[in-house]
Design a protein around this ligand. Structure first.
Ligand code: ARG
Length: 465
């Protein structure tokens, strides 16, 4: 069963058929192809190309075919070149010659572009729901640990103490940006190619704008040639998915570190960790590692499609069939990874005493000491020097800031009066960072309140409201 062949005398070579067939992966577009077919049938009816009775039978057959697909009673065969071919076969089986009327004014070029957009707009909403689940898990942990003090790091070295809640919320913000990108993407993807035919539009009196509205698009494509060549929506989706993957890899890396013997900040739940086949003691962070590792294929899928698109002549070229697998793979990958990461995050237990004990390590309060001097009028340059000397003195004498006597302080610099010690408190240092965006617990609690409002909005968007 082929949708072409009238002008061919011989049949296709097996090697061509094997190269050309896409039904093994594009079959997942079937529900969207049927949806678009119903809209197309209605537009043919309004154009006077289908009678009332023919439209009724056509819609009935499309509905029946959809049921049969869902129940697995209708399946594509190796002889179907693609999803469009398979479904036309299903229609012909149900309607006989009437089934052959639906293809009027339509080409697989505008059909596949429409199906693909419908599929992606639908799945982007599912992806956003799973992202919201991960945000919710991160926010619950953050809420529990607003007052847990942790060593904040730069260069993976202790830098300044922070609220652990503040650190956890970083990932909620990056995911919010991912979601905003998907929402923004959706506005640009909401343009319907159906009615563009092979490339030039149709001589039949179709109504592309009515079809677009029926399929939930905001507009019909204003240029039929652009409509069948454009895959920006697929490339843009892949970029948003790749960056989401990069964010998941950074969260994954943090969790790998936190679960290590050196950090021991968290204990992973048994349900979200794995063992070793040889070392009985092992408990490994495979979920976090796979989240980190799978970012590779998400980035690769973007590169793959951009490379396919580069230099393509207008309009449709068969190269464009290569658009689907990277996109399907990125959708599948995100939907596979996100629930596991959300489960890992929501079930991990923070080892509060261990995290807090290491918060002041590495002279993490050095900046606070320097800023105290600044408040007393010492130029920051001098204060920075003085505290630097104090750090060296402590290292040589194997002491921490808290262990210093008044005499020792003064000896290093006359700026260090006994009251200097007042700023040497981790909770004090955190509470002092109370300007907007800072790590002070009050600010973190406010951050949580506004994030919850935003995340509720994302959940609503994803559910179609
Ligand atoms: N399977 C094809 C694709 O995904 C459908 C469009 C075929 N169009 C064509 N002119 N051969 O691109």
């Amino acid at each position: 069963m082929r949708l072409w062949g009238g002008r061919f005398e011989g049949g296709p070579a097996d090697a061509l058929t094997r190269l050309s067939v896409s039904v093994q992966f594009d079959w997942r577009l079937a529900p969207y192809d049927l949806m678009a077919s119903r809209a197309h049938a209605r537009v043919l009816h309004r154009a006077g190309l289908l009678t009332d009775d023919e439209l009724g039978r056509m819609i009935g057959a499309l509905d029946d075919l959809e049921e049969a697909c869902k129940a697995g009673r209708f399946r594509p065969t190796v002889a179907d070149e693609d999803v469009h071919t398979a479904l036309e076969r299903g229609l012909l089986e149900r309607l006989g010659t009437l089934g052959g009327k639906l293809r009027a004014g339509r080409s697989r070029n505008d059909q596949v572009a429409t199906d693909f957009r419908l599929y992606l707009r639908d799945h982007v909403r599912t992806i956003v729901s799973r992202l919201v689940d991960l945000q919710t898990a991160l926010m619950s942990q953050a809420e529990r640990h607003v007052d847990t003090v942790a060593p904040g790091m730069t260069h993976l070295q202790h830098a300044q103490p922070v609220s652990l809640g503040h650190q956890l919320l970083v990932h909620v913000h990056s995911i919010s940006r991912d979601i905003e990108r998907f929402k923004d993407w959706d506005r640009r993807a909401a343009v319907c190619p159906l009615g563009s035919g092979a490339l030039a539009g149709s001589s039949l009196p179709l109504d592309p704008r009515a079809v677009a509205a029926e399929l939930g698009f905001d507009a019909a494509s204003p240029n039929s040639m652009d409509a069948v060549s454009d895959r920006d929506f697929a490339a843009e989706f892949l970029f948003a998915a790749a960056l989401t993957g990069v964010h998941l890899s950074r969260l994954g890396e943090e969790i790998v570190l936190w679960a290590s013997q050196e950090f021991r900040w968290i204990e992973m739940d048994d349900a979200y960790s794995t063992g070793s086949s040889i070392m009985p003691q092992k408990k490994n962070p495979d979920v976090a590692e796979l989240a980190r590792g799978k970012s590779g294929r998400l980035v690769g899928n973007l590169m793959s499609l951009l490379t396919t698109l580069k230099g393509l002549a207008l309009t449709y070229n068969r190269d464009l069939q290569e658009d689907k697998e990277p996109v399907f793979d990125s959708v599948d990958t995100l939907l596979l990874v996100l629930p596991a990461v959300a489960g890992l995050v929501s079930t991990m237990r923070v080892n509060v005493s261990k995290v807090e004990a290491s918060a002041p390590d590495g002279f993490a309060l050095a900046t606070d000491l320097a800023e105290l001097l600044v408040r007393k009028g010492v130029p920051f340059r001098e204060a920075h020097e003085a505290v630097g000397h104090l750090v060296v003195w402590c290292q040589v004498n194997d002491k921490d800031f808290e262990d210093l006597t008044d005499e020792e302080l003064i000896k290093v610099s006359p700026h260090f009066t006994p009251d200097s010690r007042e700023v040497l408190s981790v909770p004090g240092a955190i509470a002092a960072r109370k300007a907007y965006g800072g790590t002070a617990p009050d600010r973190v609690r406010e951050q949580l309140v506004s994030l919850r409002v935003a995340v509720d909005g994302y959940a609503e968007w994803a559910s179609g409201n």
